[in-house]
Design a protein around this ligand. Structure first.
Ligand code: BG6
Length: 508
């Protein structure tokens, strides 16, 4: 019987260290980071020599900050909060109210860190989590370096975790990398993509490389095409202002969807060392065929939702959301067809799509295999028989299913499609996780495998940049072009239908 222990990172606790959170009063800290640290403290994966320093503009005291996070835990904890452990944790928290661009902040922070070393035995190991608006990334890192907070010595390490968005196109991502790498070494920079914190995303690698039976057929000889869908039922909510500047393509494709593509398509790495894995991922991203202007017109689709009904509730059109201009041309849906130019994947299209206000929340990767010859089964028409599909369900269902043909009971040989399903929860139980535990723990032990290297981020942007350019030059004419609660504009279906294929939609 497999273990039912929570699927948290295993092994040694993180190193003694201080985590400095820039943007500590924001949503990410309250909803994810603090609950994740607590989840690590429970199975003793957080060092006993640990402290948190929160930094944000909000004018509150350390006491008020601690009260705030204690209240927040009532809402956002993903496991029961044990009073003694929580008390231990809160005693290690401090809050500094400051403007990130105020140069006086940094010497003060340095002092606070040295004091934390004395109080909590954290040995000068610090990591800085930048949960701020992206314009602060480079200035914060430069300021940290200027006061020596990024200087590493044999006796201690210094690391920086950078949130998304990492740039808004290829040029700005390159510029940001250059700015960061001027004052910090690549091994100190942890570019986070929260998709890699998801168990099921990490499991794509386990599934492919820990089993002998899939890899031999994981190529163009047997695979017809791949579909990657990231469907969300939410709209843009209170993030209209950010989202309208970004759009679905920037928000989801160069980061989350590129992770799913690279893990699905990469060659087996020679080890699970950070650079061995990331080298293979980077090779795939570099092998994605750049889209020409004609390709952008024929192989990409953009959409924006109009008013509609999702889950029985009426939702406003994107253009009526708070913070969104009434004539916005920003896309909330994108679909495209990509090709990977290498021996394994030549001529195997990768179709991807993502959108807000879809009928269901569902992220999955579909591997569709080539059809079997049908001569033996004359009573079953080609259209009645779905080809074999292997589906990696990322969320909210977490599992793997395989669709194949079986004989329908009865006196004649007729076939039907059936599914063989595996759900992680049935075997491993449900883990109390925010999705950030593994990533924070990895940073505390210096394992950068699940973080983005500079070249990977740039390769992701290189794929989407030509699309951004053409879309900017040719604004959409018919927005909104899909009704909230549907699977996007009709052109997204046409994209596959033209190739004799169709999306696999998972309904509730
Ligand atoms: C974020 C995007 O990076 O990912 C959001 O900015 C999106 O727009 C979110 O909703 C999706 O994450 P998840 O974990 O809910 O799939």
């Amino acid at each position: 019987m497999p273990s039912t222990e929570p699927a948290l990172p295993s092994g040694r606790p993180g190193d003694p260290c201080v985590m400095v959170i820039f943007g500590a009063a924001g949503d990410l800290t309250r909803r994810k980071l603090i609950p994740a640290l607590y989840n690590l403290a429970k199975p003793q994966l957080l060092s006993r020599e640990f402290a948190v320093i929160g930094v944000a503009h909000k004018k509150i005291t350390t006491e008020e900050f601690c009260q705030q996070v204690t209240d927040d835990m009532k809402e956002f904890a993903t496991s029961t909060v044990e009073p003694d452990l929580w008390e231990w944790f809160v005693r290690r928290m401090q809050y500094i109210s400051a403007d990130f661009s105020d140069p006086n902040l940094y010497p003060a922070l340095k002092q606070a860190l040295e004091q934390a070393d004395k109080d909590h035995g954290t040995h000068g190991n610090y990591f800085f989590y930048l949960a701020t608006a992206s314009e602060f990334f480079a200035p914060i890192v430069e300021n940290l370096a200027a006061v020596g907070l990024l200087t590493e010595e044999d006796s201690h390490w210094r690391r920086v975790i950078i949130e998304k968005p990492f740039g808004r196109d290829l040029e700005s991502a390159k510029a940001l990398n250059a700015q960061l790498l001027k004052v910090a070494a690549e091994h100190q920079i942890y570019r986070i993509d929260h998709y890699l914190g998801k168990e099921t995303v990490q499991n794509i690698m386990a599934f492919r490389f820990a089993n002998g039976i899939f890899e031999p057929i994981w190529n163009r000889r047997y695979i017809d095409h791949v579909q990657i869908s990231v469907a969300e039922t939410v709209g843009v909510g209170t993030r209209g202002h950010y989202y309208d500047q970004a759009g679905s393509l920037r928000d989801m494709v160069p980061n989350h969807i590129m992770q799913l593509i690279s893990l699905t398509a990469m060659e087996p790495p020679i080890s699970f060392q950070a650079d061995a894995v990331r080298d293979e991922q980077a090779k795939i991203l570099h092998a994605i065929q750049p889209l020409s202007s004609e390709d952008v017109l024929s192989r990409t689709v953009r959409g924006q939702y109009g008013e509609g009904v999702v889950d029985g509730h009426r939702f406003p059109a994107y253009r009526a959301e708070p913070g969104v201009p009434p004539d916005s041309r920003t896309e909330t849906f994108v679909a495209m067809k990509l090709n990977i130019d290498n021996w394994r994947w030549a001529d195997v299209p990768f179709y991807l799509r993502t959108g807000k206000q879809m009928p269901v929340r569902n992220t999955h990767v579909v591997i569709q295999f080539r059809r079997a010859p049908f001569v033996l089964f004359r009573d079953t028409t080609v259209n009645d028989l779905m080809p074999n599909q292997l589906v990696m369900h990322i969320q909210p269902e977490e599992g793997i299913s395989l669709r194949f043909a079986a004989k329908a009971p009865g006196p004649v040989m007729k076939l039907g499609s059936v599914d063989m399903n595996f759900e992680y929860a049935d075997y491993f139980g449900k883990a109390p996780s925010t999705g950030y535990e593994r990533l924070l723990h990895d940073c505390m032990i210096g394992d950068a495998t699940l973080f983005q290297r500079a070249d990977m981020v740039e390769a992701g942007w290189a794929v989407v940049s030509p699309v951004l350019d053409i879309w900017k030059a040719l604004p959409p004419r018919a927005f909104p072009n899909y009704v909230a609660g549907t699977w996007g504009p009709k052109e997204a279906d046409d994209l596959l239908e033209r190739d004799g294929r169709r999306w696999r939609n998972f309904e509730k």
